[in-house]
Design a protein around this ligand. Structure first.
Ligand SMILES: [Zn+2]
Length: 284
């Protein structure tokens, strides 16, 4: 009489093909490499060369499962990205868009007349993925500005914007205010140079569920900032009062959970994640 082996209560181990194993190893190597680069090499050194390196790395991501709405290139998945913890499926190898850039692009495309009505745009701390398309769209009315970025035409401190009142129709400034000493002054400056009736998108990382922004000027070393705020070059961790700070500068603010509004298939296809879009307006 043969004894039957009772079924195992555990799932059977997954057998990976050699090609899949290589891809997994390669993917984790790329993930570590990106994390080391962005954590240890100053951004201003990375920025001039990153546009040449990443498309080559993108060859390992060939496929058609996801598509970047900004550059329209398709991949098996997006590359991993993140300072402390790498996020899977985050960085477009071709144009370097991240989830928030793709979300913002879709918002601009679906919910605003940005791509159809000429405007004078001030883009502070410009992201590489937007440079070509915005420049093609607006020509000389597209102004990029930053203190250090090699991609910026105007070198400026956002706390003292070297433009007159009401000069711009639109302002974009993403993931910069958490690095600025006096963020309230920077917000007031952006309000000043925006024309009445103008609008903008000012994204910042805001911790969900955290009511008040945490900042402590006595925290000054990169290690202490990393511990306190989650990134060594951040000067604060914004809470949900971020909206109030913008409103105090004069803006009418709308916080939009845009990924929630989009169909699930778009969220998957464009590699998005839940992230608020902060739209500001200067009321006439
Ligand atoms: Zn792209």
């Amino acid at each position: 009489m043969s004894e039957e082996t009772p079924p195992s209560p555990y799932p059977s181990p997954i057998t990976l093909s050699p090609i899949t194993l290589h891809l997994v190893t390669l993917s984790s190597m790329i993930k570590s490499l990106i994390r080391i680069l962005i954590n240890h090499i100053p951004r201003r050194w990375i920025q001039p060369v990153v546009g040449y390196i990443m498309p080559v790395a993108g060859l390992f991501y060939a496929g058609r499962r996801v598509q970047c709405p900004v550059c329209r290139h398709a991949y098996r998945k997006f590359m991993p990205y993140g300072y402390v913890h790498s996020r899977e499926n985050a960085l477009c190898p071709h144009c370097l868009s991240l989830e928030r850039h793709r979300l913002m692009w879709l918002y601009l495309q679906n919910e605003t007349g940005f791509f159809h009505h000429p405007c004078r745009l001030l883009h502070i701390a410009p992201e590489k993925c937007f440079l070509k398309p915005f420049s093609r769209l607006l020509g000389n009315d597209y102004l990029t500005a930053d203190l250090e970025s090699p991609w910026a035409k105007v070198k400026m401190d956002v706390q003292h914007i070297p433009f007159g009142e009401n000069e711009f129709d639109v302002i974009f400034c993403n993931h910069l205010l958490e690095h600025v000493t006096d963020d309230r002054q920077a917000m007031r400056e952006m309000f000043r140079v925006l024309r009445p009736g103008g609008w903008g998108i000012l994204l910042s990382p805001v911790t969900v569920g955290k009511k008040e922004t945490y900042e402590d000027p006595s925290i000054t070393t990169p290690q202490a900032r990393l511990k306190a705020y989650g990134q060594s070059d951040h000067l604060r961790e914004y809470g949900e009062d971020y909206v109030r700070r913008l409103a105090e500068a004069g803006f009418k603010v709308q916080a939009i959970d845009y990924a929630k509004i989009l169909p699930v298939q778009d969220v998957l296809a464009f590699g998005l994640r839940p992230e608020m879009i902060y739209v500001v307006r200067k009321i006439q």
